[in-house]
Design a protein around this ligand. Structure first.
Ligand code: PLP
Length: 360
């Protein structure tokens, strides 16, 4: 006897990237920042006392919302803090999508979106990206026609790392009849020379919700902290109604505040990652593994069938050497490897292994 709802019984859960127990493994498969958080952020953890833990945490994360608002030059009413960016995705569905109503995504993208849709009993409307991993010009039209009230668009795109410009996002937001959630999980790694900043658009588009996370840029994936930015009318129902009471524990609030206060350290890691990204992409290219231009902390490299037995075989061969990258066994991606940019020594280990395996 199963007590699950029909849609829950029928669905499969999210498959996370492998988390090997071996701490010596070179882990380039889940897009973590390769550098640890800085000393003052770790010190904020030490400052948590039994008294902090005995009490409930600040219920609306007021201080953290104020700090995030100051960073983005908006007000705390434009910010909702969540238990990882993933919680914001789930809350957007709970808040804006009737059970069973469709949800729109660009395809391929983050594999959690269809899982969250299935929990809501919502069919997924997949609009295929073009050859350059960009949405087609009738992206919004297709989604409107399908009656979609919430669309997830990850930018920079995962798993390719390509960046859509602010103008394109703005025109999609304008054309969509429902909410556009732009998932900026990797935006911290965008080259500042691009001048990419979406936040001012929330004043133009009352349907634009921007996701940010501390997991990648701030080296805090283990903490589970993210936030949403949007017009007050979009944020308010999430912040005051649909989120869990006390959704952010006291540790996440303290450490998150310290991370924002020491953001210049994180920014140095972003710069280091960009430098290694360019070096890694150039070397992979020389090895015959061409990469899409990435503004993220990972590269999507195409593996010709003639090299190392193809992407799947190469993934296995690297894994046998305790080097973990990501291979997606699905159309359009099964001939590619997604490789997180690591520290210089980690990248060197990967490149040495590839030299060896590809006999070049
Ligand atoms: C990492 C990631 C998120 C958010 O992850 P959290 O750890 O829950 O903050 C959201 N979208 C994409 C595409 C991601 O890669």
């Amino acid at each position: 006897m199963s007590y699950e709802r029909d849609n829950i019984r029928r669905m499969s859960g999210y498959t996370p990237g492998e988390q090997p127990d071996n701490l010596q493994a070179v882990k380039l498969n889940t897009n973590e920042n390769p550098y640890p958080p800085p000393e003052p952020v770790l010190a904020s953890l030490q400052a948590i006392t039994g008294e902090h833990l005995r009490r409930y945490p600040p219920p609306t994360s007021a201080a953290l919302r104020e700090a995030a608002a100051a960073l983005h030059n908006v007000t705390a009413q434009n910010i909702v803090t969540t238990n990882g960016g993933d919680e914001l995705l789930r809350l957007a569905i709970t808040t804006f999508v009737e059970p069973g109503e469709p949800i729109g995504i660009a395809h391929p993208s983050y594999s959690l979106y269809p899982v969250l849709a299935a929990i809501n009993g919502s069919p997924i409307v997949r609009v295929p990206l073009d050859e350059a991993w960009r949405p087609p010009s009738d992206f919004a039209t297709q989604l409107n026609r399908a009656g979609v009230n919430l669309t997830f668009l990850v930018n920079p795109h995962a798993p390719s790392g390509t960046l859509l410009d602010v103008e394109t996002i703005s025109s999609i937001a304008r054309a969509l009849q429902g909410v556009l959630l732009v998932d900026e999980a990797y935006v911290d790694f965008v080259d500042p020379a691009c001048g990419h900043d979406l936040i001012a658009l929330i004043h133009e588009h009352d349907n634009l919700l921007v996701l940010r996370t501390f997991s990648k840029g701030y080296s805090l994936a283990g903490l589970r902290l993210g936030y949403g930015i949007g017009a007050a009318g979009l944020i308010d129902p999430i912040a005051t109604k649909t989120r869990d009471s006390y959704n952010l524990d006291v540790i996440a609030q303290y450490v998150g505040l310290a991370a924002l206060a020491h953001r210049e350290y994180a920014a140095q890691t972003w710069e280091a990652v960009r430098g290694e990204r360019a070096r890694l992409a150039a070397t992979l290219d020389k090895l015959g593994l061409a990469c899409v231009p990435s503004e993220s902390n990972f590269l999507l490299a195409r593996v010709p069938d003639t090299l190392g037995g193809g992407a799947s075989a190469l993934y296995q061969a690297l894994k046998a050497r305790a080097i973990f990258v990501r291979h997606f066994d699905q159309p359009r991606l099964d001939d590619q490897l997604r490789i997180t940019v690591g520290t210089p020594p980690e990248n060197e280990t990967l490149l040495d292994a590839l030299h060896d395996l590809l006999d070049r």
